[in-house]
Design a protein around this ligand. Structure first.
Ligand SMILES: NC(=O)c1ccc[n+]([C@@H]2O[C@H](COP(=O)([O-])OP(=O)(O)OC[C@H]3O[C@@H](n4cnc5c(N)ncnc54)[C@H](O)[C@@H]3O)[C@@H](O)[C@H]2O)c1
Length: 449
């Protein structure tokens, strides 16, 4: 099939590469000319396991191409996917500016039947807005063309996006148009062979399903983080509690890891946007607001612990930081807990020596001023981050941080303290090396410091 994807970011590029790999002719469009230039030159602008090889293979085979031309995009695809960003607006609602700009472009160039597929995460009612926008532009052109609008939210996880796309848990298709359903069935058939994964529903339910999924996952994280706070105060070990509850199949082990709060481009904005939707229709959203508040609080915990440890005198201190990305296997730092920690540390006069296996480039892009002032020094290894450091903080659970040389750590760190926002180590084991260990809901508590 001929497919056009508007928006060549984490979702658009992964979707484009995977759809090209199953034999489709895919054209990826983006308004970021620099990004398109880099992709044309063979450079993959984001870090995602398996993506680079997939992109190269399909570009070489002539199935995956890139352009900045919306006209070319609309002319190319029978299926037109919208995968542009939907960042939070000032009031927390989803900003549909980019989605509706694509809808206008489609209206301007439409010359026959197309299926317009919303992959971006968008509030309930957006498919109607996309339809109205396209219709409006067609009316001003004085032409009439048939098209369907489908909600087909994306559930891939950054860090495992290619694998998730190739083996989805489910494919949600929101439409009542039989022709569109048929085309999407064909599109996803290569990824749903071993069992039926396509769930067809009305468009509003499909739009809400995406928010419901992210809100549920965020709720689990805030739940365990709140529990971690209780565990600290009552002298319990949250990791034991986590396993104790996870073993109940009704609860399960996933998404109940205590930590420094959730980040990324999805959970924070989607929880907020759903709460805004609720407010807009007069429905309650107490739980969503609590999830958000617990998370905002949790993102402060690492810094508070460090600050308490140093009696609030962080001026001139050097903190080693392992992990910048909001989670492992990605270079994405959007809403990352590491950023809250970095900004708090700088505000109190500390400097940071940070190492992340892939997100260093992104950190340099986000914090050029701090890089040139020396407040942020980006280094190439875990050990380089420790040189001359007073203490170590951990913000991302990269695999390579899991079995460090504790003896080396004990020698390198002036104050022999680890502030672990991901609970990577056994507190008793760390203590054997003369290190103080502050984790989330276990180890030494804030009070003791
Ligand atoms: N990142 C994820 O893990 C993930 C997972 C599921 C769903 N989503 C949703 O998918 C959507 C995209 O997310 P993302 O992380 O890929 O965003 P992204 O910021 O990585 O990419 C969006 C791209 O769209 C481009 N763009 C903006 N306006 C455009 C236009 N008019 N025409 C063409 N391109 C345009 C931008 O230049 C950018 O390259 C969001 O709604 C997000 O919530 C993201």
């Amino acid at each position: 099939m001929r497919i056009t994807i508007f928006g060549t970011g984490y979702v658009g590029l992964v979707t484009g590469a995977c759809l090209a790999d199953s034999g489709n002719q895919v054209l990826c469009i983006d308004i970021d000319a620099g990004k398109i230039e880099r992709l044309r030159a063979g450079e993959v602008p984001i870090h995602e396991p398996g993506l680079e090889a997939l992109v190269h293979r399909n570009v070489e085979a002539g199935r995956l191409t890139f352009s900045t031309s919306a006209a070319e995009g609309v002319a190319h695809g029978l299926l037109i996917l919208i995968a542009v960003g939907t960042p939070p607006d000032e009031d927390g609602s989803a900003d549909l500016r980019h989605v509706l700009a694509v809808a206008r472009s489609i209206g301007e160039h439409l010359d026959g039947y197309r299926v317009v597929i919303d992959k971006s995460t968008v509030p309930v009612g957006t498919a109607d807005k996309v339809r109205t926008t396209i219709d409006g532009v067609l009316a001003t052109r004085g032409v009439a063309h048939d098209f369907d609008v489908v909600s087909n939210p994306e559930f891939l996880k950054e860090g495992a996006a290619v694998a998730d796309f190739l083996k989805p848990d489910r494919v949600i298709v929101g439409t009542d148009a039989p022709r569109a359903i048929e085309l999407l069935r064909v599109l996803y058939e290569p990824f749903t062979r071993n069992r039926e994964r396509l769930m067809v529903m009305d468009v509003r339910s499909a739009e809400l399903t995406k928010y419901a999924a992210n809100a549920m996952l965020a709720t689990k994280i805030s739940f365990i983080n709140e529990l971690a706070g209780i565990a600290e105060q009552v002298g319990a070990d949250i990791e034991k509690v986590r396993q104790g509850i996870g073993s109940d199949s009704r609860i399960g082990y996933s998404f109940i890891y205590p930590g420094a709060g959730y980040g990324g481009s999805c959970f924070p904005k989607d929880v907020q946007a759903l709460a805004r939707t609720a407010a807009g229709v007069g429905a309650g959203s107490q739980l969503l607001q609590a999830v958000e508040a617990v998370n905002a609080r949790q993102k402060q915990v690492l810094f508070e612990r460090i600050s308490n440890f140093f009696d609030r005198k962080l001026e001139g201190k050097t903190i080693a930081l392992w992990g910048l990305a909001f989670k492992p296997n990605t270079d994405d730092m959007r809403e990352a807990p590491s950023r809250v920690l970095l900004e708090n540390l700088w505000a109190t006069g500390a400097r940071v020596q940070a190492y992340d296996p892939v997100a260093g480039v992104e950190a340099a892009r986000l914090y050029p001023k701090q890089c040139s002032s020396g407040e942020l020094v980006l280094v190439n290894s875990t050990t380089a981050a420790l040189q001359g450091a007073d203490a170590l903080a951990i913000a991302t659970e990269w695999q390579e941080f899991r079995s460090p040389d504790f003896e080396g750590l004990s020698v390198a760190l002036r104050h022999k303290a680890i502030f672990d926002g991901r609970n990577l180590y056994d507190p008793a084991h760390v203590a054997r090396f003369g290190l103080r260990y502050f984790a989330i809901g276990r180890g030494e508590s804030v009070k003791k410091s």
